[in-house]
Design a protein around this ligand. Sequence first.
Ligand SMILES: [Zn+2]
Ligand SMILES: [Zn+2]
Length: 245
Amino acid sequence: MKIFADYHTHSTYSGDGKGTIEENIIAAKKKGLRILGISDHGPKHLGYGVRKKDIKKIKKEIETLNKYHTEIDVKFGIEANIIGVDGTLDLDETIKAELDILLAGYHFGSIPSKLIEGTKIHFYNYLGSLVPTFERRVRFLNTESVIQALYKNDIYILTHPGAKASIDTKEVAKAAVENNTALEINSSHGHMTVEYIRIAMKEGAKFVISSDAHRPKDIGEVDKGIKRALDAGLSVDRIINAENS
Ligand SMILES: [Zn+2]
Ligand SMILES: [Zn+2]
C-alpha cells in the first residue's frame, strides 16, 4: 500500500510550519505524490493560526504555483478548529468558499467561540486526562462537538479523531459516513489507533492517511499510518488517498 496524495501539510502560514508552500510542493514531488494539500491551522489556533488577511494571498500563491508545477495538483485547504459544542468552526462562510478542501479537528490551543462553553471543553479535557471520573462527561461533550461540526460543515477530512480529545469513535464514524467525511489516520499523532480504526471500519467509514507534516522533509512520510491501517485490516478501497504499491 502507498499513498498518492498527502492532504494534510502545514506551511509557514501556520506559526509552527517550517517550509514555504513551494518547498512543500518540491518535497511532495520528490516523494512521487500526485496531490498535495496545503492545510494550515485555522485562524483561532492560538499563536499558530493562519492570519485571515493571508487567505487570499495563499490562494493566489497556490494558483500560481499550480501553473508552474504541473505534475502535481496542489489543493488549498485549512485545518479548521472545532471551537464550540454546537460544532462551530473558526472559519466563516466567505473563507470556506475560497477553499478546495476543508479539514477540521480539535486542538487544545484554540480560542473558543463562546468563552464559557469553550473554556469548559478545554477544562474538561484537561481534567479528564487527570481524573477518570470526568472522562464520560468529557467524551460526551467532545463527541457532540464533532458530530455537530460534521453535520453543519462540508468537512472533507476529520483530522486525528481521538487525539487531544476523547471521543466516541462509533458515533463519530456514523456521522462521518452520513456526511461523506474521511477519518484521518495521522502519522504524526498516533491517532486513529488500530483499535479505533477497527471500530470505525465496522460503521462503513472511509479513511485518509496523512503526514501532518510541519517540515517539508516529513511530507509523504506515512509509514506509521500505513502500518496501523494494515494492522487494522483496512483495504485500499476504503482509503481515499491510497493505492496498491
Ligand atoms: Zn491538528
Ligand atoms: Zn495539522
